[in-house]
Design a protein around this ligand. Structure first.
Ligand SMILES: Cc1cc2nc3c(=O)[nH]c(=O)nc-3n(C[C@H](O)[C@H](O)[C@H](O)COP(=O)(O)OP(=O)(O)OC[C@H]3O[C@@H](n4cnc5c(N)ncnc54)[C@H](O)[C@@H]3O)c2cc1C
Length: 477
């Protein structure tokens, strides 16, 4: 049979581009087909509010991209990617006007936690020291033969604990408990569930080892650098090419799909063996988000001084309050005070807003496919820790789950992680197999965040899927 390309990749998100680069590096001719007019999927930026204000449409803060073992092998800086490290990676304000902070330095972080300093230091120091070894272990399929079993056990045992329990066993005081609980809430799991600590540990240790950096100019800079790297290897990217059915694709020896499980079910309808289709149909969504981007007339008047120097701020108050909000969300209820994440990129990157003006990226957790406008709840959470915030707002751009899905087919119902990240779906993502990327369709591999290691801008799903395709289709090891 004559092929148009060695490989076709559907979707130009970080995983699609990582897969395409891995294939092109091995000498394959590659075409990437992207539904949107612009590339990048979850790594895009644009003027969502007013002219001159550059907002991140999806991802904003990038410990996993800056720490990605695959991205590190690429000359992305030569293609314009520059990381900016905010003075403080993360601040978590409390109602007494103080804030617990995650600093790059473990000791500095531990010191401000008073009575919990020793516990924090002994938890985080060995993990942060071993980031390089550990990142390779957990940024792949969970079930594998570890190359660093001891380091992995030191991470894996606490990672399996429910985050509420681990915080309460390890820490006696609210600042440390709330700080850890907020980071663990990135899992979108109730903090009482098994393995909800994993995100707290991974993102916490990344904060110390890598930082929580932002890309100069916006997250689009990550996608642009990856795409330019791909073009340098001879790969092509075609935008405005929405794939409606797999059978419409140009002929290729292999196809890699940077699409969610649900988009895969749609574009491969009628072609999947029933048992595989049933398995994918039973894959569960994570809860959703409601997002607002703001154009601001001035910096946010945070009560806690540390928040004025932090890139990311977690708004949720105490550990118990965050846990209650996440429980509500998991049960399909709207929390009164939802866990809200904000990033104030323009404080550290002057290219994001006109001189003296600022941007704010904010989202809160809501039940899957929630239709409710959460603006008031988000703004009340910000006002709670920064009275006078509303007076700074020049313009708002809101995105519900449905709006997110319109902007990226992978974000159905506002699920930003390609499916829930409970223990079951971390192990069987999307199926229980030593090669979960392989599908029963000949030469077709899934490579999106619905595969291991899951959500986040790191490209590792794409890299691992492409490596498998290279082995199985092209005999390259
Ligand atoms: C609001 C928001 C905030 C986030 N914040 C962060 C953060 O701060 N840090 C972080 O690391 N991660 C963050 N994430 C998660 C991160 O963006 C995703 O996990 C990551 O982008 C997943 O990459 P991917 O390549 O698997 O899919 P995506 O980035 O979603 O890319 C998939 C691409 O495939 C295209 N596509 C889908 N279906 C088709 C089709 N049928 N035909 C053609 N093209 C198709 C889409 O248009 C899209 O461009 C956030 C996500 C969102 C939505």
């Amino acid at each position: 049979m004559a092929y148009d390309h060695d490989a076709v990749v559907v979707g130009s998100g970080p995983n699609g581009l990582a897969a395409a680069i891995t294939l092109a590096r091995a000498g394959c001719s590659v075409l990437v087909c992207e539904a949107n007019a612009t590339i990048g999927g979850g790594a895009r930026s644009g003027e969502l509010t007013l002219s001159g204000f550059v907002h991140d449409v999806c991802s904003a803060v990038h410990p996993l991209a800056a720490g990605s073992p695959f991205f590190k092998t690429l000359p992305l800086d030569r293609f314009g990617l520059e990381w900016i490290q905010p003075n403080i990676p993360l601040a978590h304000p409390l109602d007494d006007g103080s804030a617990a902070c995650l600093y790059r330095d473990v000791d500095l972080t531990a010191e401000q936690l008073g009575g919990d300093s020793r516990a924090y230091r002994s938890l985080m120091k060995p993990l942060a020291r071993n980031w390089e070894k550990l990142a390779n272990e957990f940024l792949q399929q969970i079930l594998h033969l570890p190359r660093r079993p001891l380091a992995l056990a030191r991470f894996g045992i606490p990672a399996l604990c429910p985050a509420s329990l681990l915080s309460k066993i390890l820490f006696k005081h609210e600042p440390a408990r709330a700080l850890f609980g907020g980071i663990a809430a990135h899992s979108f799991l109730p903090l009482e569930s098994i393995a909800s600590s994993a995100f707290g540990l991974v993102l916490g240790m990344a904060g110390h080892a890598i930082g929580w950096p932002i890309p100069r100019g916006g997250s689009q800079a990550i996608a642009n650098a990856l795409a330019n790297c791909l073009r340098g290897l001879g790969g092509k990217v075609e935008t405005n090419h929405r794939v409606e059915n797999l059978s419409d694709l140009p002929k290729s020896r292999t196809t890699l799909l940077d699409v969610s499980v649900w988009e895969f079910l749609r574009i491969a309808r009628g072609q999947m063996p029933p048992a595989y289709r049933h398995r994918l149909e039973s894959f569960q969504h994570a809860p959703g988000i409601f997002k607002i981007d703001y154009a601001l007339s001035k910096p946010i008047p945070w009560t806690a001084e540390a928040c004025r120097r932090a890139g990311t701020i977690h708004l949720g108050g105490t550990l118990d309050e965050i846990a209650a909000g996440e429980r509500d969300v998991a049960r399909g209820r709207i929390p009164e005070r939802p866990f809200t994440l904000v990033s104030q990129q323009s404080l550290f990157d002057e290219s994001r807003a006109p001189r003296g003006r600022h941007t704010l990226w904010a989202y809160c957790h809501v039940p899957f496919d929630c239709k409710i406008d959460m603006s008031d709840c988000i703004e009340s959470q910000i006002e709670r820790f920064a009275p006078g915030f509303r007076d700074c707002v020049l313009a708002r751009h809101k995105m519900s789950g449905a709006d997110l899905e319109k902007s990226n087919l992978n974000l159905a119902g506002g699920d930003i992680n390609g499916g829930a990240t409970n223990l079951m779906q971390l192990i069987a993502r999307p199926i229980f197999s030593p090669t979960p990327y392989r599908t029963p369709l000949r030469g077709v591999y899934l490579c999106s965040a619905s595969t291991p290691p899951g959500g986040g801008v790191h490209g590792m799903c794409g890299y691992h899927a492409a490596r498998l395709a290279l082995r199985e289709i092209f005999g390259k090891h």
